[in-house]
Design a protein around this ligand. Structure first.
Ligand code: PGA
Length: 248
């Protein structure tokens, strides 16, 4: 069984106020079939822990250092995140690959650190518009997945979550076609495990989430813009709960 997972990626957005609003909106109901996690900026994680620690809502960070500790000014280690009882950490988001020069090698090291500290890495992969036009989607996505998956033990791999996020769909309002996305998810599944949860990301919203989750290989979503609006995020959760978990 792969339990559906919805993850909010706030990126460099939000505030303590939004966190309180989200808390109020999310705790107004109970959850059964769907896992929910919010990933606010690092600075809000202590307050996230205070608010959500005894709830069914998981939380995590948007990045982690590839180093264990030491003279790495500004970086935050996996062990530090686990001290705040984070469950998840997003790793290798395309914005970090693009703006912070993260390579597959660094991303693999980050996943390893996260797993060593007991966190669940959410590994992000996806092609850009040019690569898509050139028919390189499969090759790009598979090489991004393999560069992490091949360095993990089966036990570690069982914990990994993967998010397929076509870069051209992120923040553009142009979500992928769910059938096309499902094909990429199928490839990712072949390169990972039958049990691996593979999320879709890229302009997922309350209007399209149902169609994505109806695909056999799409196990949830990594949600940016739509997850900054508590009422929209809750709406997406409600739609997902009505569809629920995939049995394979
Ligand atoms: P979006 O972002 O939902 O705003 O497109 C998704 C992501 O980048 O994780």
């Amino acid at each position: 069984v792969r339990k559906t997972l919805l993850v909010a990626n706030w990126k460099m957005n939000g505030s303590l106020d939004l966190l309180s609003q989200m808390h109020e909106a999310l705790l107004a109901k109970s959850y059964s079939g769907v896992g929910i996690a919010i990933c606010p900026p690092f600075i809000f994680l202590p307050q996230t822990q205070n608010l959500f620690k005894d709830s069914q809502i998981a939380y995590g960070a948007q990045d982690v250092s590839d180093q264990d500790n030491g003279a790495y000014t500004g970086q935050i280690s996996a062990k530090m995140l686990s001290q705040l009882a984070c469950d998840y950490v997003i790793i290798g988001h395309s914005e970090r690959r693009q703006y912070c020069g993260e390579t597959d090698k660094i991303i693999a090291a980050k996943c390893q650190r996260a797993l060593d500290a007991g966190l669940v890495p959410i590994l992000c992969v996806g092609e850009n518009a040019t690569q898509k036009q050139n028919g390189e989607t499969e090759a790009i996505v598979l090489s991004q997945v393999r560069s992490v998956v091949d360095s993990l033990t089966t036990e570690q791999l069982e914990k990994l979550v993967i998010a397929y996020e076509p870069i051209w769909a992120i923040g553009t309002g142009l979500a992928a076609n769910p059938l096309d996305a499902n094909k990429v998810h199928e490839l990712i599944r072949k390169a990972s495990l039958q049990t691996t949860r593979i999320l879709y990301g890229g302009s997922a919203n309350a209007e399209n989430i149902r169609e994505f989750l109806m695909q056999p290989n799409i196990d949830g979503a990594l949600i940016g813009g739509a997850a900054l609006k508590p009422e929209v995020f809750v709406q997406m959760i409600n739609i997902s709960e009505a569809l629920c978990t995939k049995v394979y």
